[in-house]
Design a protein around this ligand. Structure first.
Ligand code: HEC
Ligand code: HEC
Ligand code: HEC
Ligand code: HEC
Ligand code: HEC
Length: 484
């Protein structure tokens, strides 16, 4: 053995002897467990796979703390044993060399070997199932159930019900994963200490640009030209008179198809805007198209074009229109129109639209409170105003009561302060008219961002009873597949 190693071994001998105590051995278990788990989690972490704050806590805080704790208690055990043996006078005067005849050395090596092996086996299983679970929608939606409940419930009823939350909220790649972990870790603390804001404020400013997430599955070049949308409305009168709006939405696409997507997200087009933090009040919009060389600055009334720095501002992307793509919350009238068109609430019940909306808009202290009072009050209403309904259509009244509770439960979350209209949907006139018709060309004041009625859609019928166009298309059933 070279001289230096021999002196190192001489120096180590007392520690090897003293480390054979239960406290230090627990420390060894901690250190090996933390190291092995960390090695397992690292690739998951680098691949950007796990999508929840708890992995962040585990990787950034849990494992390093365990490791450090191990590192602290190993020498602590050694010190305690050394002191005790010195006090009792049984501290050995010399120590056996570190070879396989040395019992303490053998035991220590064996112990480290066995704990590592055990950790490799158990840790592998744990990490595998843990990561799968934590990536799941159940985890995102239910583990922090109060916080995420509004979005989770709305999500289950959306066209994205089979797209995992992490697909939009984190997307592929490591760097956004790291960012989301850092904010996720903070969010877990906010949840534990109950300091998270209610409702969760929008817009989410650190959300990954939507084009990197949405375009995993939808990309503008693939969009269709037009889409038929039928929107039923039931009036607040006795017979709940049905009228329909029929629109041909000019979806458009990226490859020179124009239309809605062509105008905002096709290759070459960049729209930047400056607004208030809520993104509701636009100050200016700068439109550039590298294919045509067109560059136009639009400003809100009163905004001086010279004060605008067009290199700043947010680049418009999918979520400036699709801000609630997966968790859309509806207003009572619209939610009832849908339920009535689907037959969940029978339009044959007199005044059910008017009464239903009124019941939905009342104040309830909790969802349980609503679930109890809404059906009771609906029955009481018919009992007092129109008893024949209760005798002839009792089942329909009960079914309507249940459906109203379901509508309430999908849209109002008293615990999170989510009320009717807390999260407005920008895929609407209000959303489009933040810019269209509101801002004008900075050099030609009377030229506004256009707003003529057939630009975004062709109106095939408006407020129409039995629209002729639906007869021609043989689509007269309001619950038909393309109904909104
Ligand atoms: C199709 C993509 C998509 C999916 C899937 C998705 N989200 Fe979202 N989510 C978004 C976008 C985009 C926003 C940003 C809204 C904004 O900034 O105005 C958002 C916003 C949120 C917000 C902020 C409050 C709000 O309602 O706007 C929460 C909380 C949230 N999502 C939770 C979830 C949970 C939990 C899931 C899974 C159960 C999920 N999301 C699934 C795209 C998605
Ligand atoms: C992992 C794949 C995936 C991602 C990511 C994704 N979507 Fe979707 N999206 C789907 C699927 C699947 C559907 C349902 C298609 C259908 O119903 O035909 C859908 C449907 C839609 C629809 C049509 C809804 C309707 O009314 O029919 C819109 C709009 C939409 N997505 C927007 C977005 C936006 C915006 C994002 C990004 C924030 C996004 N999606 C991210 C898979 C995805
Ligand atoms: C200027 C607003 C706006 C922007 C920006 C926008 N969309 Fe849309 N999108 C719409 C409107 C409006 C519709 C039609 C909705 C309807 O039919 O009611 C639509 C429809 C869709 C549909 C359904 C298409 C179909 O054929 O049914 C998908 C998917 C979609 N958008 C995805 C995206 C994605 C992904 C992006 C970003 C690359 C994006 N949108 C950007 C306004 C927008
Ligand atoms: C942030 C501002 C902004 C918002 C929000 C916005 N747009 Fe636009 N949109 C523009 C600008 C700027 C143009 C280009 C106008 C021009 O060049 O004259 C445009 C152009 C269009 C065009 C093409 C007009 C034409 O003459 O060919 C359509 C269609 C359109 N938008 C639909 C929509 C719809 C639908 C929505 C809402 C879902 C919407 N836009 C929301 C800024 C916006
Ligand atoms: C900048 C684009 C844009 C312009 C301009 C526009 N709309 Fe719309 N319109 C929309 C969008 C987006 C929707 C929502 C479609 C949906 O809910 O799927 C809509 C929906 C509607 C609806 C159905 C509303 C409902 O809830 O039943 C009617 C009716 C309508 N528009 C009429 C008009 C009329 C009339 C004009 C002219 C004054 C007009 N629109 C101009 C984008 C536009």
């Amino acid at each position: 053995m070279p001289k230096q190693l021999r002196s190192l071994s001489g120096w180590l001998r007392p520690y090897v002897y003293l480390s054979s105590n239960s406290l230090s051995l627990v420390g060894v278990i901690f250190v090996t467990a933390a190291s092995v788990l960390w090695v397992y989690l690292l690739p998951v972490f680098l691949n950007g796979m796990a999508g929840d704050p708890y992995t962040g806590i585990l990787i950034f805080m849990g494992l390093p703390s365990l490791f450090l704790l191990g590192l602290i208690i190993i020498p602590l055990g050694i010190i305690v044993r050394g002191r005790r043996e010195r006090r009792k006078g049984i501290y050995p005067a010399s120590f056996p060399p570190l070879d396989f005849k040395n019992r303490d050395w053998r035991r220590l090596l064996l112990f480290i070997g066995v704990t590592t092996a055990v950790n490799v086996v158990i840790g592998g299983q744990l990490v595998y199932s843990g990561v799968n679970y934590m990536d799941s929608v159940t985890f995102c939606g239910e583990t922090c159930h109060t916080v995420m409940k509004p979005e989770y419930v709305a999500y289950l009823h959306s066209p994205h019900a089979r797209v995992a939350c992490v697909k939009c909220h984190i997307g592929p790649g490591a760097s956004w994963f790291v960012r989301s972990k850092l904010s996720g870790t903070y969010q877990v603390f906010a949840t534990i200490f109950n300091t998270f804001p209610r409702p969760i404020p929008v817009p989410i400013t650190n959300l990954r640009p939507a084009r990197a997430t949405c375009e995993q599955c939808h990309w503008p070049a693939r969009f269709e030209g037009n889409r038929l949308t039928i929107i039923p409305h039931y009036a607040s009168d006795e017979t709940n008179t049905l009228t329909e709006d029929v629109l041909l939405m000019h979806i458009g696409g990226g490859d020179g198809q124009g239309g809605i997507h062509g105008a905002h997200v096709s290759p070459g087009v960049t729209i930047r805007y400056g607004s208030d933090p809520s993104r509701q009040k636009m100050d200016w919009v700068y439109y550039t198209d590298t294919r045509t060389g067109k560059k136009t600055l639009f400003v809100a009334p009163g905004v001086d074009p010279k004060s605008v720095d067009t290199r700043k501002g947010r680049i418009m992307d999918c979520i400036d229109c699709h801000n609630e793509p997966s968790h859309t919350f509806h207003l009572p009238g619209k939610a009832m129109d849908k339920a009535m068109a689907n037959g969940q609430i029978s339009p044959s019940l007199p005044f059910v639209k008017k009464e239903g909306v009124a019941l939905l808009e009342e104040n309830y202290s909790s969802q349980a409170d609503a679930a109890r009072r809404i059906p009771e009050e609906l029955s009481a209403y018919y009992q007092s105003s129109n008893p024949s309904v209760m005798s002839q259509q009792k089942a329909a009244v009960e079914q309507a009561g249940k459906s109203l509770v379901a509508i309430f439960d999908q849209n109002v979350f008293p615990k999170m302060n989510v009320k009717w209209g807390t999260y407005p949907n920008s895929l609407s006139h209000e959303g489009c008219f933040r810019c269209h018709g509101a801002l004008h060309n900075s050099s030609v004041t009377y030229m506004k961002i256009p707003k003529h009625c057939d630009m975004c859609h062709t109106i095939l019928a408006q407020d129409s009873k039995n629209p002729k166009i639906l007869d021609e298309l043989q689509l007269s059933d309001p619950g038909g597949s393309s109904t909104k």
